[in-house]
Design a protein around this ligand. Sequence first.
Ligand code: NCD
Ligand code: ZN
Length: 361
Amino acid sequence: MSGSGTGYTSPMHESRLTLARPDDWHLHLRDDALMAAVLPHTARRFARAIVMPNLKPPVTTVEQAGAYRQRILDALPGGMRFEPLMTLYLTESTHPDEIARACDSGFVHAVKYYPAGATTNADSGVRDLRRCHPVLEAMQERGLPLLMHGEVTDPGVDVFDREAVFIDRHLTALRRDYPALRMVLEHITTREAAQFIAESPSHVGATITPQHLLMNRNAIFIGGLRPHHYCLPVLKREVHRKALLAAATGGDPHFFLGTDSAPHPRQAKESACGCAGIFSAHAAIEFYAEAFEQAGALGHLEAFASHHGADFYGLPRNRDTLTLKRKTWTVANELDFGGVPGVPLHAGKSLTWALDDATHP
Ligand code: NCD
Ligand code: ZN
């Protein structure tokens, strides 16, 4: 799978790393001023991104997705190229005709399933996937991928077990009952998920975030409660982080890059009921480079970041490249989130890979 764009040779001596330009297969861009503030971070690094539909109200129709897409393009600073790949938010009243419209639109690339109440802005999510049978049938037939927030919301199930229980209770049956449905288990966090996906046919894949590769659940509690390390699915034990790292760096095309970068204003995170979501777009590919290097697998970064996702979605791999250079730099303590401050992942800490300014001013 080694691509023509790979400039990487040896971890000890190489100071530059050139990849086919990567894509982000799971991203929250929000809307309005917040979107305008965070979008350039992504567009500097990625050619395309699968844009999550969990706005308020959610993006449930092709018409809304088209309007949202246009707002994203309008917010893009002059001279930057970036292609938003839109998604629809699945509800129990989504009609199969909407799937046909999505496939014909050319800009809707997937449908997102949130179990009702599972995460930020998931109130309109689905209580029972069986109610969506005609829609899932239409998606299976037309080849439109179902992207899943794979957690049960049963209050009797421990928060740390919700992904593994989702696989047992729902995903196994879903894979059996819709054998040709293209599915992505988003932001996987457990050994169980990595194993399930690795054993699945090639039309079932998974995205992995930088935070789940770099941190285990201790990061939520180091020296006190750390709201900026809280996301859903929540960080897990070290054994799971290691399993995810092995999955991401192993060259298996089931696994691809999806940051789940999810900006929330500082105030909304540092609150008595802080919301879930970690912002990583300011250094997304740099974080992955850090994780892959720690695993001694920088040579596999390009496949994970730039090839597997495009192949899964049936889109061409990007022809241009992105270059990283070995340079220590410090992440800002705070970023502008559209007139309010936001705290980026790794705030105030240093990273060892940077965008090469010579190629990406
Ligand atoms: C996301 C958000 O803030 O929109 N939060 C998160 O913790 N990942 C929603 C999601 O993807 O679950
Ligand atoms: Zn998300």
